[in-house]
Design a protein around this ligand. Structure first.
Ligand code: CTP
Length: 217
């Protein structure tokens, strides 16, 4: 998740546990990749040998992702993060906000869509391969296909978080891989197994493109 701070006590967050992202990082590491993990607040332990940057807000995540992009020749970027779509217009208050009897209206503005920015930055190039996620409460396929085109990415992992066995907090997920020339509906599996299926699909991109399998994720 990312957290958008309102004041030193409160924030706007979401229910993401970070488990899917950590599973992808661990799986890529096991396969021999050099892995850079950018993570929002989570209690999960970073798997050994992974270079991790801990951030809090969407803006910090954007900065960390683009710093790594500039320093490393990345082969693959997987955006599992549940990035806040909105942040507070006024930013974080320096001191705690106190209540009174009137209504409180908080104004929000859009954050940068990191995945879309990566898609625009890559333009017509083939690499890095870009993977995004799409979490919906209901059938997600149309929106995922639209997201694939709109954000200019290679693969969207679409999941219906209201489905049994899917969602933020559990160890399993039910997802459909959506790519330019097809879909692959996957049965329920652990997040680690889903990470394997995602990276298998990503590796196909490299094989089809005549390159060796990715080293930097
Ligand atoms: N994402 C991002 N930067 C943001 C918001 C989302 O990079 N500011 C990425 C997420 O990491 C994920 C994908 O974009 O890979 C999710 O796309 P998004 O359009 O935010 O999905 P939903 O929130 O499911 O869509 P909607 O707001 O249309 O319901």
């Amino acid at each position: 998740p990312t957290y958008e701070d309102l004041d030193p006590v409160r924030y706007l967050g979401n229910r993401s546990s970070g488990r899917m992202g950590f599973a992808v990082a661990a799986e890529a590491k096991t396969r021999g990749a050099d892995v850079h993990l950018v993570t929002g607040p989570t209690t999960l332990e970073v798997p050994p040998g992974i270079d991790a940057v801990r951030i809090r807000s969407a803006a910090e995540m954007e900065h960390a992702v683009f710093s790594i992009m500039q320093e490393q020749d990345l082969d693959v970027v997987v955006m599992t993060a549940a990035v806040a779509d909105y942040t507070f217009v006024e930013g974080c208050a320096a001191t705690k906000l106190h209540k009174d009897d009137s209504e409180l209206v908080l104004r929000l503005r859009r954050t940068t869509d990191i995945l879309s920015s990566l898609g625009s930055w890559r333009g017509d190039a083939k690499y890095p391969v870009l993977v995004g996620f799409s979490a919906e409460t209901g059938p997600a396929l149309d929106r995922a296909q639209d997201k694939l085109k709109r954000k200019g990415v290679d693969l969207i992992v679409a999941n219906d978080i209201s489905e049994r066995g899917a969602g933020f907090d559990g160890d399993t997920n039910v997802a459909t891989l959506v790519f330019e020339d097809g879909i692959d509906p996957l049965s329920i599996r652990t997040k680690r197994e889903l990470a394997r299926s995602i990276l298998d699909r990503v590796c196909l991109k490299f094989v089809d493109g005549g390159r060796s399998v990715p080293r930097h994720v």
